[in-house]
Design a protein around this ligand. Sequence first.
Ligand code: PMP
Ligand code: GLU
Length: 397
Amino acid sequence: MKLANRVQNLKPSATLAITAKAKALKAEGIDVIGFGAGEPDFDTPDNVKDEAINAINEGFTKYTVVGGTDELKDAIIATLKRDHNLSYERSEILVSCGAKHTIYNITQALFEAGDEVIIPAPYWVSYPDQIMLTGATPVILQTEESNKFKIDPEELRKCINSNTSAIILNYPSNPTGTTYSEDELRVIVDICLENGMTIISDEIYEKILYGDNVHVPVAALSKEARESTILVNGVSKSYSMTGWRIGYAAGDKEVISAMSKLQGQSTSNPTSISQMATIEALNGPQGFINERAQEFHRRKNYIVTRLNSIDGFSCFDPLGAFYVFPSISGFIGKEFNGKKISGSIDFTEFLLEEAKVAVVPGIAFGKEDYLRISYATSMKNIEEGMDRIERAVKQLT
Ligand code: PMP
Ligand code: GLU
């Protein structure tokens, strides 16, 4: 059968592919440590699970309205109010099957051939492909480790032209763990607003922040910023609910209505049971989120110290999320058994073969000579994984 061009040019999600590869090796009995998966190792809280079980027992197992029940929208509205003093109406909220689906709906509703969408790199793997699926052109704006992987306002200005339609911001960032202070964010957002751009703000890691970093949503900066922003969030990361598939958008009601129309013709409602569970997640006790963030902080400190003590690595100390994004430039050009390491893919393959450790190559995030290690796994795995990496890289000549 002939495949459409749109899928022929589509790359598989590298993060999901590496996670699947590590799982397959484990199933074959090979002792692989998986640092690929971007999902918390913690369990979904019991009160949330109980609510899902209640939903099943009470027969809440049928279609719901496409964009999420009023009760769930109200819980989302209350969360945005409680956490950030943001005010939204039901018509400005759409619940979808995970934040990935939310972003898919946004890009399909907003972009088409001729549009340019700025994506700061390193970026989350799905942004460029989702933009390309609309026919629009992703414009990659590189950021540098020397600037904590933050957008340089002058470089941003250079990317903007009359075709520029939007930018995708993601902070705390997957994969670098960088984030923005309110002042830094204002500079970036002002440039976007001056140029009439839409801001897609993916804030899914907002609850995982270290030290005195505070999360400020773009939409909270000003009335103008709120009007031009589609806020993206979900329960996957904060509530350890990756498999439940609930994400949401908050923004302009015409855009939300267009997204809802798309969703009504594609997936319909997100799972009724997950919607009930999400209401409990958002309205129930929140204390565990901070406890889990502290555990991520402890792991982050350990992994950054270990990596920086190994010759060849240099690792930026993340401000949030649960990834480190170390530079591997110290290993490029080295050899193992006559095989040269020429980039992040070679290095990742070397680590999988020799150290039995699965990580994601930097090039999947648009940045060569780096790699991403997720520390959303136990301290025991992290310690063992770091030992293995340290032993393996000593063999490079
Ligand atoms: N945005 C970012 C930056 C992510 O890392 C993820 C993780 N998969 C998502 C969106 C999507 O999350 P989900 O679809 O599980 O809600
Ligand atoms: N966001 C996670 C990651 O980056 C999950 C995998 C995915 O959806 O791509 O690993």
